[in-house]
Design a binder for this molecule. Structure first.
Ligand SMILES: Nc1nc(=O)c2c([nH]1)NC[C@@H]1CN(c3ccc(C(=O)N[C@@H](CCC(=O)O)C(=O)O)cc3)C=[N+]21
Length: 299
């Protein structure tokens, strides 16, 4: 029987475990603080940011939300980030992507103080992560959440053939790097596929673990997978549908055909998405611990 991964359940467990660490910090006089900054006209972004703020409330993190006008000058964003960098009550800062066109996204990510960069988008933190486990500060939320799911469902990465489809800075690149690292959640043989890959199916057919992060609805189907594979679907695509909201969410994997072939598979919604949010809380607690020098146990 194919196992469908329950990302909501694992994320709830992590939030539950984090509350111990948050209590420890509170007893030492610190409430972890996470600032989310929204400057976007992307309709999904509002939803995601409000979910992140609700998560904060649930676990006892001080959620601070800043919303900027879509037509404000880029400097307003940089001033906001500078203020949050200087604010002792803020331990983590997330600048929601995508940003409006007048802002250079790379520059905005680089403006966040590295110790508060809970997305792990700042080049200093990316470099430290690539340098290896003993150098790393944060892991980016989505790849980090995926590693937690693989561990939770006893999916062996060591020696596995892993294919990461997509090479974005947010998911594909760090995911491939982490799966190849020489540590307990890595040691896979990793192939990175992307839009210039000649024969995608030749790679995915051979994979024990497929991570799909391309942002194209139902891009990968069951015929492209190896029997018994683990399939991790990072895609969260809104496609028009006659629902209350006028759309439904589909992944980058065609779930119905893939589940026939896969041994373990994440659904959309309820798979990777909730884990991304849980690991954002995790990184915020780690950031607060490091900024205050109060040791905590992280799940
Ligand atoms: N600086 C930055 N950091 C991010 O981590 C970041 C970002 N920008 N921009 C956009 C992407 C996307 N992302 C999601 C996280 C959780 C869900 C999530 O919880 N999804 C639910 C359902 C969501 C729904 O109902 O719409 C699920 O999959 O079950 C979705 C998307 C974080 N991102």
């Amino acid at each position: 029987m194919t196992e469908v991964i329950d990302g909501n359940a694992v994320a709830a467990e992590i939030r539950e475990d984090l509350s111990d660490a948050i209590s420890t910090l509170e007893q030492a006089g610190t409430v972890p603080g996470l600032a989310t900054v929204l400057m976007s006209d992307d309709p999904a972004s509002e939803t995601y940011v409000s979910m992140k703020q609700r998560d904060c409330e649930e676990v006892g993190i001080n959620g601070i939300h800043v919303e900027l006008d879509n037509d404000a000058p880029a400097d307003e964003l940089y001033e906001t980030i500078a203020d949050l960098n200087a604010d002792d009550e803020v331990h983590g800062i997330l600048v929601q992507s995508p940003l409006v066109e007048q802002v250079n996204e790379r520059e905005a990510f680089r403006a966040v103080a590295p110790e508060k960069d809970v997305d792990c988008f700042h080049p200093e933190n990316v470099g430290r992560m690539v340098a290896g486990p003993s150098h790393a500060r944060f892991k980016p939320c989505t790849p980090h959440g995926i590693l937690k799911l693989l561990d939770h469902y006893d999916v062996e990465t060591e020696g596995a053939e892993a294919v990461v489809v997509g090479r974005s800075n947010i998911v594909g690149k760090p995911m491939a790097n982490l799966l190849a690292q020489n540590d307990a959640t890595g040691n896979a043989t990793v192939t990175v596929c992307h839009s210039r890959t000649e024969d995608l199916e030749a790679h995915t057919k051979n994979a024990d673990i497929v991570v799909a992060a391309v942002g194209v609805p139902e891009f990968i189907d069951g015929t492209m997978l190896k029997e018994g594979a683990t399939v991790i679907d990072v895609g969260i695509n809104r496609v028009d549908a006659e629902t209350e909201k006028g759309y439904k969410l589909v992944g980058d994997v065609e779930f119905a055909s893939a589940r026939e072939v896969a041994d373990t598979i994440t659904p959309v919604p309820g798979g990777v998405g909730p884990m991304t949010r849980a690991m954002l809380l995790w990184n915020t607690v780690k950031a607060a611990s490091e900024q205050t020098g109060v040791d905590v146990d992280l799940p």
